[in-house]
Design a protein around this ligand. Structure first.
Ligand SMILES: *Cc1c(COP(=O)(O)O)cnc(C)c1O
Length: 375
């Protein structure tokens, strides 16, 4: 039995259940370019997620870059530094200047109260992230976007299946982008999708992801190859059968973490509304070194020494990477909350197949360390 525990582990249905899908692909000889599994998965996901239109992609980054192209975004885009680096890389790849705005320390999402001050004549859009799958303040963001005529593209890579008051969180803004990377709640090995509100924009997205072809001979835009293939789509269809059970298991493990660890001084969990149908994509905890015996990095190291691979999502901030460092909005006085949560956060292992004995081992390490001062 392997002893090390990673922060996540992919949802893999039984291998033999995938074989009939592979046989169908071999029979049809249709490997990609919008085959039968591709269209089935688009329909099945739209229905499951409660969204109108969805376009599948080879990965989430390609979906983000295409979403920006589809809305013809240029100039400056307001975004968060507290995310995976792909969020603002998608802007740089489109020759757009990211403008970083600080986060709300309770939710780790972009703070709408700080957006207006970052708007300039060059601003064309806002790209917030539903960090950890916890919804942004979508109403405030939309109000600002409407007031200033800005577009909103949500990086919803963490927000698969999240609902607020019964309504999909993916129906906000102009577009939302999902990632189906192996580390995410729902995966197609690699994959992603753009959620869009109407057929017209879906058509544009679909030709952009296929080199700009609208028919056999006509190319109307400098598109890219962002297509999801049939193997990925088939795996997605299979996995969709297991997703509710998987999220249920995530929830149970998350709640056990919270039950067992929430009394510890200097260790806190993220805030979210009771009305939220969350997907339990991550288990971030925040270590306040004034009250906890070890600094976050020391706790991370101690866990690692005992082969528990927790991850510091999101540290460093995107704004600290060299290709962003020179931008005025990356100054530390502009991002105090993001810097603060980034220095405290640690994501604990959380995935459907996390075993009881592994869970016990992880929490026991943390509990033992939390008692160090008392000794
Ligand atoms: C995973 C992730 C992405 C990138 O998705 P890929 O499918 O890996 O390209 C983008 N943004 C965020 C916030 C992510 O977590």
């Amino acid at each position: 039995m392997k002893n090390n525990v990673m922060v996540t582990s992919p949802l893999l249905p039984p291998l033999e259940s995938f074989i009939p899908y592979m046989e169908k692909i071999w029979e049809s000889k249709k490997l990609t370019n919008g085959g039968p599994f591709h269209s089935q998965l688009e329909d099945a996901l739209a229905a499951y997620l409660g969204v109108e239109y969805l376009s599948l992609f080879a990965n989430g980054s390609m979906a983000l870059m295409t979403a920006i192209q589809a809305l013809r975004i240029t100039g400056e885009v307001i975004t968060t530094p507290y995310s995976f680096v792909a969020t603002s890389h998608s802007l740089l790849w489109n020759n757009i200047k990211p403008v970083f705005v600080d986060v709300d320390p309770l939710t780790c999402n972009i703070d709408p109260a700080k957006i207006e001050a970052a708007i300039t004549p060059a601003t064309t859009a806002i790209m917030p992230v539903h960090c950890y799958g916890i919804p942004c303040d979508v109403d405030s963001i939309q109000r600002i976007a409407d007031n200033y005529g800005l577009r909103v593209i949500y990086d919803a890579a963490h927000a698969f299946a999240v609902r607020n008051n019964g309504e999909s969180i993916l129906n906000h803004g102009d577009l939302s982008v999902l990632s189906f990377h192996a580390t995410k709640v729902f995966n197609t090995f690699e994959g992603g999708a753009i959620i869009c509100p109407n057929d017209k924009i879906k058509k544009r997205i679909d030709y952009l992801k296929n080199f700009g072809f609208i028919d056999e001979l006509t190319v109307v835009a400098p598109g890219i190859n962002g297509k999801m293939n049939e193997m990925q789509a088939a795996f997605g269809l299979l996995q969709l059968q297991y997703i509710d059970e998987a999220i249920g298991k995530r929830k149970a493990i998350y709640e056990r973490y919270r039950h067992v660890l929430s009394g510890i001084k200097g260790l806190s969990f993220i805030n979210y509304a009771e009305s939220l149908n969350w997907n339990y994509a991550y288990c971030p905890i925040f270590i306040d070194e004034r009250y906890f015996p070890l600094k976050r990095d020391e706790l991370h190291h101690q866990l690692k020494k005992q082969e528990v691979f927790a991850r510091r999502y999101f540290y460093p901030l995107i704004s600290e990477f060299p290709m962003y460092k020179g931008l005025p909005s990356t100054a530390s006085y502009n991002l105090p909350n993001a810097l603060h949560v980034s220095s405290q956060v640690l994501c604990l292992p959380l995935y459907p197949d996390l075993r009881d004995d592994e869970f016990e081992r992880i929490v026991n390490i943390i509990i033992r360390i939390s008692q160090l001062k008392a000794l």
